[in-house]
Design a protein around this ligand. Structure first.
Ligand SMILES: Cc1cc2nc3c(=O)[nH]c(=O)nc-3n(C[C@H](O)[C@H](O)[C@H](O)COP(=O)(O)OP(=O)(O)OC[C@H]3O[C@@H](n4cnc5c(N)ncnc54)[C@H](O)[C@@H]3O)c2cc1C
Length: 404
């Protein structure tokens, strides 16, 4: 009988294992990825691991998209500063970059994983797939894996979400939580691309737009607005700005979502119209498409001409006021309808998961099944990019392992 059985050796599982070992508890970790624990950690931050955000709890919580209040206690008990200090103590000096993003000074996610492995060196790691919880008298007594029973005083479900399943987070943890009676909020991809049936996206595939302003409209109402970089792809839209916008989509099938791009955010519509008027006059007898050359990147010009609706042979200097206004409006309101979210295989995180109303926010213990704890992405909490999701894994794991 071990003190703590951890199902899943990812970011949360390893942090919990190290914390419990430091408390002198006996720990067993079941990890089913044949490549070993922490495979997703290795690909975080493009291999550099943005391990937290250098913010206090008050600044952190607005970046959490679902159930921020649930995280308050865990974050207050183990805030980003404490995580940074822990990693420094474990031999990983850190640095803070633009947007308060914290990385290891070495820029190597592998160093973060190695530090966690050494922190958790006292734990027993077993390569096994947790198939079933052992439920006895309404409490959790461990788990069954690979035909064996692993009995424990406490069991921590740290199986992650469902995105990038090749790393091992295949969603099997949701079934285990459901076995203990937990409600699972439907998992959906988040921090992912947006699918569109707009043929222009395919025509402009590979085009990256920097410093554009994106407004995500839901049934005509803005639900997200920010400036940044977007990318047109074969399936629709991607890029950092779009990934963040994706976390604001709820039930794409039930609502009409549109991405509206302002391609010239530095100019208001009237100023842009005045500029177009000057440039059209200067172009004189040249054909109207010449005006687009000064305005838009190459691969955007043919789709823009079709949307603008002006005959290609029209002379720039003879464009009417309405035609120039229409072009200014097109640049300020370039609309792309959204038909769905990108796939889970390529989503950075999974939204949804174990309903947090059934979990004690101070201890991460199940309110339904004593002896069962949760940490990390398996919970219905998720955040924007910037180190927030890993910090959620650290803080929830810490809360569970400190309060067993
Ligand atoms: C490409 C990419 C880049 C990212 N970059 C960042 C970043 O820079 N900063 C940031 O904050 N977040 C980042 N994230 C998100 C972050 O990696 C996750 O939120 C975090 O890893 C979640 O930790 P976790 O321990 O809950 O789950 P995971 O890290 O996914 O770990 C779960 C573990 O459980 C194991 N497991 C699952 N089911 C079972 C089972 N039944 N039996 C045994 N083992 C099982 C899995 O194999 C896995 O090892 C990124 C994600 C991706 C995909």
């Amino acid at each position: 009988m071990t003190d703590l059985l951890i199902l899943g050796g990812g970011a949360a599982g390893l942090m919990a294992a190290g914390t419990a070992c430091a408390r002198g508890l006996s720990v067993t970790v079941l990890e089913h990825n044949p490549k070993g624990p922490g495979q997703k950690l290795l690909i975080t931050g493009k291999g550099r691991c943005n391990l937290t955000s250098d913010s206090d709890v008050k600044d952190f919580l607005p970046y959490v998209r679902r159930n921020p209040r649930f995280l308050y206690s865990a974050l207050a008990a183990f805030p980003p500063r404490a995580a940074m200090e822990l990693f420094e103590d474990l031999g990983v000096p850190v640095k803070t970059e633009r947007g308060r993003r914290v990385f290891p000074q070495s820029d190597r996610a592998a160093d973060v994983l190695a530090a966690l492995r050494s922190y958790a060196a006292g734990a027993r790691f077993v390569p096994a797939h947790a198939e079933e919880l052992l439920l006895e008298n309404g409490a959790c007594a461990g788990a069954a894996a690979n035909g064996r029973e692993y009995r424990a005083k406490a069991t921590l479900l740290a199986t992650g979400g469902q995105s990038y399943p090749a790393t091992g987070s295949d969603g099997s943890g949701y079934r285990l939580a459901a076995q203990a009676g937990h409600r699972i909020v439907a998992p959906q991809p988040s921090l992912c691309g947006l699918v569109s049936n707009d043929a222009d996206c395919r025509r402009m595939m590979g085009l990256a737009l920097r410093n554009v302003h994106l407004t995500l409209l839901c049934d005509g109402k803005p639900v997200f607005a920010e400036q940044g970089e977007a990318l047109f792809t074969h399936f629709g839209l991607s890029g950092p700005l779009v990934l963040t916008a994706s976390t604001y989509l709820e039930d794409a099938a039930a609502h009409r979502y549109v991405c509206e791009f302002d391609l010239k955010p530095a100019l208001d519509e009237k100023t842009l119209y005045d500029r177009l008027t000057r440039e059209a006059a200067a172009l004189g007898g040249a054909a109207a498409p010449a005006l687009l050359e000064r305005l838009l990147p190459r691969s955007m010009r043919a789709p823009a001409l079709a949307r603008w609706g002006v005959p290609p042979a029209a002379r720039a200097a003879q464009l009417t006021r309405a035609q120039k206004q229409a072009l200014a409006a097109l640049c300020k309101h370039w609309c792309v309808p959204v038909t769905g979210l990108g796939d889970l295989e390529h989503a950075v995180i999974t939204a949804g998961g174990v309903d947090v109303r059934e979990v004690d926010p101070k201890t991460m213990q199940s309110r339904l099944c004593p002896g069962l704890y949760f940490a990390g992405e398996v919970l219905d909490v998720d955040a924007r990019t910037g180190g927030y999701n890993l910090q959620i894994a650290w803080s929830t794991a810490r809360a569970a392992a400190q309060n067993l």
